[in-house]
Design a binder for this molecule. Structure first.
Ligand code: PMV
Length: 325
């Protein structure tokens, strides 16, 4: 378990954060290295987390894969990654920090479309750093992967809390504060979610940059996040659902929801979900509904009936790891 906390203003590692001592000896001497990192879903606290507030994020079982091997020159083959800038920036930052050359061939592929807002850019960044650390035999901790990955994201986007980089790195379900001031693994086994895609893709960076901060709303969101941290760990789905509804209403007040997302959330609730909210920056992408197993079918068809698409994927999966070739 990884559990970092900030006490007296200093980041402190409370529990074990082991070095990645060759996750797998079979992989140790191979010239080609493969790694993977999961996508993510924001459960609570989006937008407020940009401004030093906490959020809760979980991983999805869909992953991005990265293969690296030594080559004569730097080359990327990344047909499924929406743009290769994150791979390039990750390689550049890794090579500068650890003083190694960039003569590598790097290939990436993905279980999921970058359309869904599952965080393909952060997953590919984290997987690239992990694969390079193995290729160049650099002893790197998960916190070091997070720090380097977050730097890559800020270099490219200029904004971002880093929650997606933390999720791809540590996996599971995390309580996270801006820039990794706190990264705490929550002991949650699985969150029974139905995920609906609204059919449109929005630019997170644009939405974040255009949002006028409202600290009254951010404080209300913080209260919800703190309560959800407890209700999720207790698998108290009724309370968690109520908190999702409240969080969605605050996101509506911030002006980041859309008619389609609102419709999908409303119909999920009237069809028996414990609660529903948009997930991520808003403006499109996905909503999530918390649903007991006997209501899944009716909630899914209600979402489809208003024009949404269901994405079937489990959550709370493992963070970055090495893969067998
Ligand atoms: O759009 P997504 O799923 O990448 O989520 C963005 C969440 C924000 O809080 C709006 C931005 C961030 O970096 O935390």
């Amino acid at each position: 378990m990884y559990c970092h906390s900030r006490e007296n203003g200093n980041p402190e590692i409370k529990a074990l954060d082991p070095r990645l001592r060759g996750d797998d000896k079979r992989i140790a001497n191979m010239s080609k290295i493969k790694s993977s990192a999961p996508g993510k879903l924001m459960l609570f606290g989006e937008h407020a987390v940009i401004y030093d507030y906490p959020c809760i994020v979980t991983t999805v079982e869909s992953r991005i894969y990265v293969e690296v091997e030594k080559a004569k020159e730097f080359k990327i083959d990344a047909p499924q990654v929406k743009d290769t800038i994150f791979v390039e920036e990750a390689v550049k930052n890794f090579c500068e920090k650890y003083k190694v050359d960039n003569k590598i061939l790097i290939k990436t592929y993905s279980d999921f479309s970058s359309e869904f807002g599952f965080g393909s850019s952060s997953a590919v960044t984290v997987a690239t750093i992990r694969a390079l650390s193995k290729l160049y035999k650099v002893n790197i901790s998960k916190k070091e992967i997070f720090d380097l990955g977050y730097k890559v994201v800020l270099n490219i986007q200029g904004v971002g809390s880093g929650f997606d980089i933390a999720s791809a790195t540590f996996g599971g379900t995390l309580y996270f504060v801006t820039a990794g001031k706190i990264i705490e693994t929550l002991s949650v086994e699985y969150v029974p979610l139905v995920i609906g895609y609204s059919g449109t893709k929005a630019s997170t960076t644009k939405i974040v940059k255009n949002l006028k901060p409202n600290f009254k709303i951010f404080n209300d969101i913080k209260q919800i996040v703190e309560e959800a941290k407890i209700s999720l760990v207790n698998s108290d789905w009724k309370r968690t659902g109520e908190l999702m509804n409240k969080n969605h209403q605050l996101l509506q007040k911030l002006g980041v929801s859309t008619q389609m997302l609102d419709k999908m959330c409303e119909t999920a609730i009237t069809s028996g979900a414990f609660g529903a909210k948009l997930s991520g920056a808003g403006g499109g992408d996905c909503m999530i509904a918390l649903v007991s197993s006997d209501k899944i079918k009716s909630v899914e068809s209600a979402i489809v009936n208003v024009g949404g698409n269901i994405i079937n994927v489990n959550n709370n999966s493992q963070g970055v790891k090495l893969e067998k070739i």
